[in-house]
Design a protein around this ligand. Structure first.
Ligand code: HXC
Length: 260
């Protein structure tokens, strides 16, 4: 059931994992408006699909994505970027309730690195290269590269990357907490799908609550984040799946999730 659009392709697998592939190989998956629009509408559709429990986004062997499309951007003016709030729709990815795993091989630069950081988990192949090279073309990151990267790897390392435009490899990214796993490039997608399949086998509403709670660690001060977590924890008691999960444990059997 592979669906091929102009800039991406995607399939929903038996294991309830949707695999989305950025497919603009000649431009190293440069993120043009058309690609972002296709990605957003596909993710919204997958978010609503009860047969999807988790989503994997990947690129090609050479590039996850080499950034925003520089050729598309180069003649834009300030009044235009300001009036259309350029790049605003990139954040749509962060409104998706289902977990999204980035499987990164090759370049994840600029907007590509930012896109990976908007995902919930990053799995990297040893060939992966992360960086925010915007400074080298006279601009700065515009989709979280100064914010999410700083929270992920700390100020000093983030400053170094943003101010020099230098890239870091997969192992360095793992060492600094940007990615959760490094595997052989041939295994990147398999590993991401394996994690996604495990998540997809669990209760969808509970998984969504867990994702929402972790994300609040970035949005709220600790006191409010803890309160938010507590309220969501209480909310799990409004689901049948919470009751089933605990009952199954007590009865020494596997839970049957109903997604209710
Ligand atoms: C448009 C791009 C592109 C990009 C690569 N291409 N990156 N086109 N926008 N970001 C195109 C090239 O022009 C070229 O097209 C083809 O893809 C292959 O790229 P090469 O440069 O020939 O490949 P290589 O020599 O292997 O170098 C790979 C590379 C280099 C190191 C990744 O392509 C590169 O530096 N790309 C730009 C990286 C970058 O600056 N990203 C940040 C963008 S700004 P032709 O037609 O010549 O074959 C950004 C702003 C974010 O992301 C703001 C928030 C979203």
């Amino acid at each position: 059931n592979l669906k091929t659009l102009e800039y991406i392709k995607y399939e929903v697998q038996e294991n309830q994992v949707a695999l989305v592939t950025l497919n603009r190989p000649k431009a190293l998956n440069a993120l043009c408006d058309g690609l972002i629009n296709e990605l957003n509408s596909t993710l919204e559709q997958l978010n609503k699909d009860p047969k999807v429990g988790a989503i994997v986004i990947t690129g090609s062997e050479k590039a996850f994505a080499a950034g925003a499309d520089i050729k598309e951007m180069k003649d834009k003016t300030f009044p235009y970027t300001y009036s259309v709030n350029m790049l605003a729709s990139w954040d749509n990815l962060t409104t998706i309730k289902k977990p999204i795993i980035a499987a990164v091989n090759g370049y994840a630069l600029g907007g590509g690195c930012e896109l990976a950081m908007m995902c919930d988990i990053i799995v990297a192949g040893t060939s992966a290269k992360f960086g925010q090279p915007e400074i080298l073309i006279g601009t700065i990151p515009g989709c979280g590269g100064t914010q999410r990267l700083t929270r992920a790897i700390g100020k000093s390392k983030a400053m170094e990357l943003v101010l020099t435009g230098d890239q870091i490899d997969a192992h360095t990214a793992e060492k600094h907490g940007l990615v959760s796993k490094v595997v052989e490039p041939t295994e990147t997608v398999n590993e991401a799908v394996k994690i996604a399949a495990k998540i997809a086998s669990l209760s969808q509403p509970i998984v969504a609550m867990a994702k929402e709670a972790v994300n609040q660690a970035h949005n709220l001060p600790l006191k409010d984040g803890l309160q938010y977590e507590k309220r969501l924890f209480h909310s799990t008691f409004a689901t049948q799946d919470r009751k089933e999960g605990m009952t199954a444990f007590a009865e020494k059997r596997k839970p049957q999730w109903k997604n209710e």
